[in-house]
Design a protein around this ligand. Structure first.
Ligand code: MN
Length: 292
């Protein structure tokens, strides 16, 4: 007969405890928050949840890792609601409260790339950023779209070596600059994935390896990216690869605690309503990892 005293139920439910012990209006403190691919200005953006997340999670530094606003250039299908304004309000409130907010534009908000180096309403714009974790690791913070044009060829490029790889990076930029001048959108990753669903897993893997390779080549301990809407923390070839996911489907953020541990939070409706702690979907990035 089952003895309920011996069997903790539900098993491994760390979050239930946290939800009960927290007041519904508790604010979580993090050292750093990374979010990207919010796609404000589109119907797909989960702006209500995002505004809720921002107002219940504080940090010293907030990185906006690209594709934050969508459709500044192509105005058709522009969509805006009060919840989208609430997201901007929440970000600007953080600026007022002393949070350092760094905006690294992506391909959907590339119009802001022209303003990199300046500060807009207290938000610092950068083509890419360098983040130093509490435990001294240097992370390259970059949206990642520069790499998606080459990852389909990553396998044979790997055989050709660094020169061909660097050349492919440049060609992808040239290719997309030409598309932009012709009024065409950035070469679409999602359209590509829809055509090649069977290869989506290897596409993601190639993207991750391309980013890790770039970080390693430039002497960083790791990289934080977005763009592919696939949250992840892992070690690739001795380099920490993090992707903060998106706010169109998964509603995820990458957060760093005071000790420099990084993990992904998924801000579900349930988390927002019950505990505002978020649901941790990844263990802290490689506790065994020691900075070089
Ligand atoms: Mn993107």
């Amino acid at each position: 007969m089952r003895n309920s005293l011996d069997l903790p139920w539900p098993p491994h439910d760390r979050h239930r405890k946290a939800r009960i012990s927290l007041s519904p209006h508790r604010t979580c403190r993090h050292r750093t928050i990374f979010i990207s691919d919010t796609h404000l200005g589109t119907r797909g953006c989960k702006a209500e949840l995002l505004a809720d997340f921002l107002s219940h999670n504080d940090c010293q530094t907030l990185y906006l890792v690209g594709d934050i606003v969508d459709g500044w250039r192509l105005k058709k299908n522009w969509y805006w609601s009060p919840s989208h304004s609430a997201v901007l309000d929440a970000i600007l409130r953080k600026v007022d409260e002393g949070t350092r907010v760094v905006y690294v534009p992506g391909n959907h908000d590339e119009v802001f790339r022209d303003y990199c180096g300046v500060s807009l309403a207290g938000v610092v714009l950068r083509p890419e950023a360098v983040h130093e974790t509490a435990d001294g690791r240097r992370l390259l913070v970059i949206h990642g779209d520069h790499f998606d044009g080459i990852v389909t060829y990553a396998r044979w490029l790997a055989h050709l070596g660094d020169y061909a790889y660097g050349l492919a990076l440049v060609l992808n930029d040239v290719f997309n600059n030409v598309r932009r001048r012709l009024g065409l959108p950035y070469w679409s990753l999602s359209a590509y994935l829809k055509r090649k669903v069977k290869n989506a897993a290897s596409f993601i893997s190639d993207f991750e390896h391309a980013l890790a390779r770039e970080a390693k080549k430039r002497g960083f301990d790791g990289v934080v990216a977005g763009h592919i809407h696939h949250a992840e923390t892992k070690i690739i070839d001795g380099v920490l690869y993090c992707n903060d996911g998106d706010w169109v489907e998964s509603c995820t953020a990458l957060v760093e605690d005071a000790r420099g541990q990084l993990k992904i939070l998924r801000w579900t409706r349930l988390a927002a309503e019950q505990g505002r702690t978020g649901e941790s979907i990844a263990a802290p990035a490689s506790p065994a990892y020691a900075p070089a």
